[in-house]
Design a protein around this ligand. Structure first.
Ligand code: GAL
Length: 416
């Protein structure tokens, strides 16, 4: 297994020589699982080798909700970190509040506009200026499968919801948990958005979660989405409530469960466990979503700092994130694909290459959609409203017909 740990490169040594005044850079993030920690450690090492000091401000909790709560209290008290894992439309919200600093000097010097696809660079800018730097592009609409339970039961791994609903009961009868899941709102929403994309398609998905079209939110198609979503309750285990996503991934790794529908940060867990795609696990587009790509971009937004040396160190961090060697090693560990274009594909495995191909194909065909569950499609207010409707529906006997009425009403109210 190639040692994915970042090793000191000539670049890092040369960069160290260019540092005027070493400074501390405090970074808030929520990358605490095995795969995530391996990835963020690459950035820590990079910054250390450039002569500055990384002050770790890790707040565990999948999806980042806890981290964002802590960040808000730090910012409101006038003591924000230098950088924070902020992504999607949250960047605009922090920009509106006047907390972020402008990275255009670093971005222009580094020619970021030529290195990033517009779908990525647009998310990083507030008022036309870069205020954040992207570390990756995650694909969210993935199904991760352990092939062993399927082989033993003589079943194929499902590529459609019809096939999923056929094989899941048979896996359950064979004593295997068909679908590993963590009963947390963000995970319910991640599963829900995969069903919405598969059942309704990319156009329906965007009309619902980007445009907030009322007729789409409460129409027959959305009722069908909720009905399919509720059927999945029969295929998760009774101990799913509150389970962290990476524990669910470990259930697929050890064969206790057959599948997980989760973004490719899950692949970082397989990698950290020394597992190989195509041998120990299989990656497939979530049912009925082949050819589409739900994107989720992790990024670090930079806060305005009064100290000049700290600001310079902050700029150095942003510069390092866009370095190709960092983009390669971080993403090999994280399970995502580089945000930077034109990267060498050779070090990446079959799942990453499939993601790269799907990103390019879906960008060209208009089937690339922003993740609602991970903050790329809509505001945190609307996302929160959808989270509540979806997780309450999944954990109650609410009808699909009632759920769509509540969904349309809640999304409308969240935009007031
Ligand atoms: C996502 C984030 C990923 C990963 C995942 C689980 O929102 O973009 O990098 O951290 O949550 O926490």
């Amino acid at each position: 297994m190639k040692n994915l740990k970042y090793c000191l490169s000539g670049l890092a040594l040369s960069v160290a020589a260019s540092v005027s005044q070493a400074a501390e850079v405090e970074v808030l993030h929520y990358l605490t699982s095995s795969g995530e920690a391996a990835a963020i450690n690459v950035l820590k090492e990079y910054l250390g080798e450039s002569g500055h000091t990384w002050k770790d401000f890790a707040v565990a909790g999948g999806g980042g909700e806890s981290a964002m709560t802590v960040l808000k209290s730090r910012a409101i008290s006038g003591n924000p970190p230098a950088a924070a894992q902020i992504k999607g439309l949250d960047i605009q919200e922090w920009g509106d509040l006047g907390f972020l600093t402008d990275l255009d000097g670093v971005a222009t010097a580094g020619k970021w506009d030529t290195l990033l696809p517009p779908v990525v660079s647009n998310v990083m800018k507030y008022d036309g200026k870069y205020v954040a730097v992207p570390v990756n592009v995650h694909r969210v609409n993935w199904l991760w499968a352990n092939p062993e339970p399927f082989r033993k039961a003589g079943l194929g791994i499902p590529t459609t919801w019809e096939q999923f609903l056929e094989v899941a009961p048979k896996l359950k009868e064979a004593g295997v948990i068909p679908l590993a899941h963590g009963g947390q709102a963000w995970q319910d929403a991640t599963l829900f958005e995969a069903v919405a994309l598969g059942v309704g398609g990319p156009e329906f998905y965007s009309k619902a979660f980007v445009d907030h079209d009322e007729a789409t939110l409460k129409g027959a198609e959305m009722i069908n989405v909720f009905k399919t979503f509720k059927k999945l309750r029969d295929f998760i285990d009774p101990n799913a409530s509150g389970r962290d996503w990476n524990i669910a991934t470990s259930m697929v790794i050890n064969g206790e469960a057959a599948m997980q529908i989760m973004g490719d940060w899950a692949k970082g867990e397989f990698t950290a466990a020394g597992k190989k795609p195509g041998v120990d696990y299989v990656c497939l587009a979530a049912p009925d979503t082949s050819g589409t790509f739900t994107f989720n971009i992790d990024s670090f937004a930079m806060f305005a700092l009064s100290d000049d040396d700290a600001s310079k160190a902050q700029g150095k961090l942003a510069e390092l994130v866009m370095d190709p060697a960092f983009q390669e090693t971080f993403n090999l560990n994280k399970g995502s694909i580089p945000a930077r274009m034109g990267m060498n594909r050779a070090p990446f495995d079959s799942c990453a290459l499939a993601s790269m191909d799907a990103f390019e194909a879906s960008s060209a065909s208009g089937t690339l959609v922003p993740s609602m569950a991970h903050g790329l499609a809509t505001t945190s207010q609307v996302q929160g409203a959808i989270y509540d409707v979806v997780t309450n529906f999944f954990n109650s006997d609410t009808s699909a017909e009632d759920a769509v009425e509540t969904l349309a009403r809640s999304v409308k109210a969240a935009q007031l």
